[in-house]
Design a protein around this ligand. Structure first.
Ligand SMILES: Cc1cc2nc3c(=O)[nH]c(=O)nc-3n(C[C@H](O)[C@H](O)[C@H](O)COP(=O)(O)OP(=O)(O)OC[C@H]3O[C@@H](n4cnc5c(N)ncnc54)[C@H](O)[C@@H]3O)c2cc1C
Length: 425
């Protein structure tokens, strides 16, 4: 190891799923880990709160799966997507394509419960956790290498924490990514805002999560979560959401009631939480490391809420990062530390590349009502194709299955022609 002996091997900014998994895996491997979060847990987080079937593998790895079940997580059998023209795509997690997930069902648990469970697992593995502390800057040595974090405490006092490595797991607007000049605005996504709330007594809620894509380029998702609540997450272009700045509750309610297919289901419903807003989502880091530092979870790259892959990707990112950081901690020279972090960045690309493409294609479709309507008609008629696509977003079917020329070609065929089987390249 290089000649540095700070109090901590790794300091992690952010105690969401990415920070908790990274801290858990590092502490379990024997590293001295400090996790800092500006919030105090349990804290909520605007999210549709659906965990893909494959996320259960990572929950199980952390020893958190039983606690998540015991907290009352709802089970989801698949997803149903409603296109503006009324076409309905129903994708099942258990299907005939031959792939199976760690669990047959997705889970849905309010983040106020889920994130506290995950953080407890990091603590139990030996990570030190300090809450109510906001990270403001990355400390660097004369050569520009990260060597700790500057924070501001609740009483306004600044303090410096030194470490051999720093991890930015501080979410969408990561301070660590910005201070290291790693984050970029992704223009092609446009600027969108999400409004999220929990409701009671929404009509006709089933074991399938639902997405309803609207003509005016917005969409809303519903899914059961614990406690009999339904999570309602609306995503709309920023200019439309300006109307929500006065009264978010009224904006969300009116948006739902103005859709004839949704309005009857909300007649007897009651909003059981405040409406929280988040966004815009247009940021990512083309490179997820810098000397002495790495990014993980939303701090590195944000997955669009439509595909519901963010929590899995955050946990999986921690699983990819921790062994590379252990390698870097054992390195004899700065050059070898950098090589380990560069390998993490490569691992991430290999892991997510296919999904990034699929996600961007889905995004392009939901931003254009004619495209969404066209593809939805095909997928409505082709259960096998719908199941494969939902399996990819469920993190257990490889993205290459839906990027094959045969699959893509069939997407462009209208239902009468699309009934032929997908050729096996
Ligand atoms: C509307 C919406 C719906 C979504 N729905 C889903 C879904 O259904 N399923 C799914 O898998 N994903 C979903 N996602 C994505 C998912 O929420 C994220 O991908 C996931 O939370 C990423 O985890 P993370 O640990 O990287 O970041 P976060 O969960 O955002 O955690 C970051 C942590 O860092 C802390 N922090 C931030 N700044 C600082 C600072 N300066 N100092 C100290 N601490 C700081 C925060 O308090 C927070 O605890 C959705 C996202 C949105 C916006």
């Amino acid at each position: 190891m290089t000649q540095r002996h700070p109090e901590f091997d790794v300091i992690i900014a952010g105690a969401g799923p990415a920070g908790s998994f990274t801290a858990f895996a590092l502490a379990r491997a024997g590293a001295r880990v400090l996790v800092l979060d500006r919030a105090r847990f349990p804290r909520s987080k605007p999210c549709a709160e659906y965990l893909s079937p494959q996320a259960s593998r990572l929950l199980s790895e952390m020893g958190a799966l039983d606690a998540v079940e015991a907290a009352g997580a709802a089970h989801l059998a698949g997803m149903v997507v409603h296109a503006p023209n009324g076409a309905v795509i129903r994708g099942n997690f258990v299907a005939e394509h031959g792939y199976s997930a760690f669990r047959d069902r997705g889970l849905a648990l309010r983040r106020v419960l889920l994130d506290a469970i995950l953080l407890d697992r990091a603590r139990a593995a030996g990570a030190e956790v300090r809450e109510g502390i906001r990270v403001t800057d990355v400390l660097r040595d004369a050569g520009g290498r990260a060597q700790g974090l500057r924070v501001v405490r609740a009483d306004g006092r600044f303090e410096d924490f030194h470490s051999t490595f720093v991890v930015g797991a501080d979410g969408l607007r990561s301070v660590v990514a910005r201070r290291l000049e790693l984050s970029r605005t992704r223009r092609m996504w446009g600027r969108r805002i999400a409004l999220v709330a929990h409701y009671e007594n929404v009509g006709d809620i089933t074991q399938w999560g639902e997405m309803h894509v609207a003509e005016d380029v917005g969409y809303v998702g519903f899914a059961s979560v614990d406690g009999g609540f339904t999570n309602v997450s609306l995503v709309v272009p920023e200019q439309l959401a300006r109307g929500a700045s006065g009264d978010r509750g009224a904006f969300l309610h009116n948006w739902l009631l103005q859709r004839p297919q949704l309005a009857p289901r909300f007649k007897g419903a009651r909003r059981a939480s405040a409406v929280v807003a988040t966004g815009p989502f247009a940021s990512h880091a083309p490179c997820a490391w810098a000397p002495g530092a790495a990014l993980v979870g939303d701090a590195a790259d944000f997955f669009d809420p439509f595909t519901g892959e963010g929590i899995y990707s955050a946990l999986r990112g921690g699983e990819l990062l921790a062994p590379r950081l252990m390698e870097a901690l054992g390195a004899a020279r700065a050059r070898d530390e950098d090589a380990a972090l560069r390998t993490y960045d490569r691992d991430r690309r290999l892991e997510y590349r296919g999904k990034w493409i699929v996600e961007r294609l889905i995004n392009a479709a939901i931003r254009s009502a004619p495209a969404m309507n066209y593809f939805a008609r095909t997928l409505e008629a082709r259960q096998d194709m719908a199941d494969l696509l939902i399996g990819v977003t469920g993190d257990f079917v490889p993205a290459r299955e839906v990027l094959r020329p045969g699959y893509l070609l069939n997407l462009f065929r209208q239902p009468d022609f699309a009934r032929r089987p997908v050729p096996n390249e």
